[in-house]
Design a protein around this ligand. Structure first.
Ligand code: MEV
Length: 415
């Protein structure tokens, strides 16, 4: 390896930047852009830090959950997401969304190789309380907040491998560090007691014990579009929901639409969206077939929707405590607990899904989003903020606007 990259992480920020600029042949303007978006806190947070990477942050309006109205902070680069979230929330606001946390535990596993399963099972059953004590003592602060180890189970994975599954109440934290510390302590204790061979000890992102459920009802009047009656649109949305149960290809896109809302808000609150993503998609495939997470049905009173999914997040600790913007966003949403945040994330997922399905089964997704998409096409091809309105107006006249059209329009505008 080229020696200049060795111990890169030990170099100062300026040294790292100079090396990257030289290797990538960056212009002075580009280097300046990296260097001016350089917050000291982020430099401490990750290794080999180069620059902050700002994404647009906005708020969706109109979300009503359990009788409380929320502003939902969302961080997203996708132009239509916040508009659609607000629109879906509004349709659901007349009757409001009902939300409930089903469970809020974080699970982890200790994988053992070559253990005698029966002996291990007997030992774990007989020493359950001591196992909990070892876990809790490794992280005593969790007990102050009423959390701690709650459940242990043992599963045979094969003739060779066994999993000991520990479930922990993380209080208001996400609990990843907490459960990993506990699992390592319990592993050490098991090795002392039984001389077992531990392959690994780690939380599981399966998160089936972090479930939240939301439901809502949209009146037919809210759904009418053009020549289609509200009832007809409701039936089409119910059909779309059914297709997502039948076909994994459609289910993946259906769920991506739900995650457009959930991820954007999860990022705004400083949460680990990869953990949410992996949990959600594993849950969607729990029957052995990947299916849509939400379901919509026509009833006498309107279109009824429900969504149940795992949302493993924390309200304190990790990035939620490091990023000032995450704290401000919690205040904008007036959130008071992790459970309330789980409800809000699931609800915005339901609203996002409703707006996407309504657009898809009526005028199609492109029409409503056209202005926003043309705006981002114009920006991507060099239009300045003040040029945007004129460029977008011109692009609207073109059948299939492309980068070439933007360049042409800009050329004429700048003459
Ligand atoms: C686009 O980001 C999301 C949608 O494709 C979701 C869906 O098809 O349900 C519109």
């Amino acid at each position: 390896m080229n020696s200049k990259w060795q111990h890169f992480y030990q170099k100062t920020y300026q040294e790292r930047l100079a090396l990257i600029a030289e290797a990538a042949d960056l212009t002075a303007k580009e280097v300046n852009q990296l260097a001016t978006q350089n917050s000291p806190a982020n430099n401490q947070l990750i290794e080999n830090f180069v620059s902050d990477y700002p994404l647009p942050s906005g708020v969706a309006t109109n979300l009503v959950i359990n009788g409380k109205t929320y502003l939902v902070p969302m961080v997203t680069e996708e132009p239509s997401v916040i508009a659609a979230a607000s629109n879906g929330s509004q349709m659901l606001a007349v009757n409001g969304i009902s939300a409930r946390v089903i469970s809020r535990l974080i699970d982890g596993q200790i994988i053992l190789k070559g253990a005698n399963f029966d002996q291990l099972e007997t030992f774990v059953t007989a020493n359950r309380q001591q196992l909990f004590e070892v876990a809790n003592q490794s992280h005593p602060s969790v007990l102050k907040h009423g959390g701690g180890a709650q459940r242990v189970a043992i599963r045979k994975l094969s003739t060779q491998f066994t999993s000991i599954d520990l479930s922990v109440d993380p209080g208001e934290a996400m609990g990843a560090n907490l459960v990993n510390t506990m699992l390592e302590a319990v592993s050490g204790w098991l090795k002392d007691q039984l001389a077992v061979n531990v392959t690994m000890a780690i939380l599981t992102n399966f998160a089936a014990d972090s479930l939240v459920t939301v439901s809502g009802l949209v009146s037919f009047e809210q759904l009418a579009k053009g020549s289609l009656s509200g009832k007809a649109v409701a039936q089409r949305i119910a059909d779309a929901s059914q297709v997502a149960q039948l076909d994994p290809r459609r289910a993946t896109t259906h769920n991506k639409g739900i995650m457009n809302g959930i991820d954007a808000a999860a990022v705004a609150f400083g949460n680990d969206w990869r953990a949410i993503e992996s949990a959600v998609h594993a849950y969607a495939a729990r029957s052995g077939q990947y299916r849509g997470l939400s379901q919509w049905q026509v009833s006498d009173r309107g279109l009824a929707g429900k969504l149940t999914l795992p949302i493993p997040i924390g309200f304190v600790g990790g990035a939620t405590s490091v990023f000032p913007l995450a704290k401000i966003n919690q205040r904008i949403a007036k959130l008071t607990s992790a459970g309330e945040e789980m409800q809000l994330l699931a609800a915005i997922g339901l609203a996002q899904n409703l707006a996407a399905l309504k657009a898809l089964v009526t005028e199609g997704i492109q029409r409503g989003h056209m202005s926003l998409q043309l705006k981002s096409l114009a920006m991507a091809n060099g239009a300045t903020e003040s040029e945007l309105p004129q460029v977008v107006a011109e692009l609207k006249k073109v059948a299939h606007a492309s980068a070439g059209d933007v360049k042409q329009i800009l050329k004429q505008l700048r003459r």
